[in-house]
Ligand binder design. Structure first.
Ligand SMILES: *Cc1c(COP(=O)(O)O)cnc(C)c1O
Length: 404
């Protein structure tokens, strides 16, 4: 993404022209960035060639998942819908892992039928339910247990999942109970220990602590696991102030762990694969001067991109056509929705904007469209995939007729 003749472009496509053709707001993704992210991710951990399962919840567009599949990635899913979309994208069941604290019987039945690689259970009750179904159907089901290592991921509280007060995974006691239960079951094949301590992690140290906790619990158990699933959570740089996750150090702790434990590693990255590939382009509808600041009222809103309203998340915002006129007032970028949290960002210094100008909200590839809704009965935006100068519609704009 760069400015060419003061026009923001991604690969060889110019946002202003795309907006003319497809209208606003729209999501667009860069194919070359996606490819770069996947290749870098593989390169970071190539010495032990992990199974990389894309966390589908970060972006559920079937056409993007198809592209991701072509690089050999599997899928991490958290619902029946996500499992179905992963299969629809052509991902083989033996590369799919199913996580989540509340899988229902029908979700488990479907997953068992499809013979997916692993159902990562998160409670003793879930293991008992899997066992009941498997017994009834006379099957042997491959499962993992999600362990809660009680490690602080040092990320936003709302997206932290590995502390004992979080609902995810099981503690040491329950872990050992589950191992014993599985030992006595003819229908469960306990193959994996999984962990996932949170999202947008930029410090490698929590991962080190997590592995220490995993090492510790493995020492206390005589069960032989085939897989250790380390989850995802690798952070990206939303702001220049963010630090950069040190993959070398993370890789080093895993390699050290593997010296002692002969297992296959699974990762479940979402954000680090797709986050910085996506942009949301929106048009300024009105500019309202409130005295102290100016409200830049956009045609995109919290229903299109919920992260700022949900987590107070920051996204860089850029003008689509650059000028050197600077505004004399603070700008607050807001949407048209009837909620005060429907705002994207506040900036003290920005170029002078006019009504009908276009702006780009950056790094929205993960948890952008997948968290979108029809709140205020607004149709969902179109999604485009940019490959060089080619623009592919990968999901059409929802029509009012579909929701009214
Ligand atoms: C959300 C989630 C992920 C992906 O997290 P990212 O921060 O997007 O990498 C991986 N595993 C599980 C179990 C999850 O819930």
């Amino acid at each position: 993404m760069k400015y060419i003749n003061n026009r923001l472009t991604v690969e060889k496509a110019n946002f202003q022209r795309i907006a003319k053709r497809f209208g606003t707001p729209f999501y667009c993704y860069s194919y070359s960035k996606l490819k770069e992210n996947i290749n870098k991710f593989k390169e970071n951990f190539k010495s032990f060639s992990p199974l990389i399962c894309f966390a589908v919840k970060s972006n559920t567009n079937v056409n993007l998942i198809k592209e991701i599949k072509k690089f050999g990635l599997g899928a991490d899913v958290v619902s029946l819908g996500e499992l179905m979309i992963a299969l629809k994208a052509g991902i083989k069941p033996n590369k799919i892992v199913f996580s989540g604290v509340g899988k229902t019987s029908s979700e488990l039945n479907f997953a068992i039928n499809k013979k997916i690689l692993l159902i990562n259970a998160e409670s003793l009750s879930e293991i008992i339910e899997i066992n009941r179904i498997a017994k009834l159907r006379n099957k042997k089901v491959k499962v993992g247990v999600r362990f809660n290592p009680n490690t602080d991921a040092k990320t936003l509280n709302q997206i932290s999942t590995g502390k004992k007060e979080n609902k995810f995974g099981v503690n040491k006691n329950t872990f050992h109970k589950i191992v014993d239960f599985c030992k006595n079951s003819k229908n469960i094949d306990l193959k994996c220990l999984s962990v996932h301590i949170g999202s947008q992690i930029l410090d490698h140290k929590p991962y080190g602590k997590m592995l220490k906790a995993v090492n510790h619990i493995l020492d206390k158990s005589d069960h032989k696991f085939e897989f250790i699933d380390l989850g995802g959570g690798m952070g990206i740089n939303y702001s220049n102030k963010d630090k950069v996750l040190n993959y070398k150090r993370y890789n080093a702790v895993i390699k050290n762990f593997l010296k002692k434990h002969k297992v296959k590693i699974i990762f479940e990255p979402g954000r680090s694969i797709i986050g910085n590939t996506g942009m949301l382009i929106s048009k300024v509808i009105y500019i309202k001067d409130s005295g102290r600041k100016k409200f830049i009222i956009l045609d995109a809103a919290m229903n299109d991109l919920m992260r700022p309203a949900l987590y107070g998340a920051y996204h860089r915002t850029l003008p689509v056509i650059k000028s050197n006129k600077i505004s004399n007032k603070t700008y607050e970028f807001v949407g048209p929705i009837c909620e005060s949290t429907d705002k994207f960002t506040t900036v003290k210094k920005f170029q002078k904007l006019e009504e009908k100008d276009l702006i780009a909200i950056c790094d929205v590839g993960a948890y952008g469209m997948s968290l979108s809704s029809n709140y205020n009965l607004r149709p969902k935006p179109i999604e485009l995939l940019i490959k060089g100068s080619k623009i592919n519609v990968i999901r059409r704009r929802q029509k009012h007729a579909e929701i009214v």
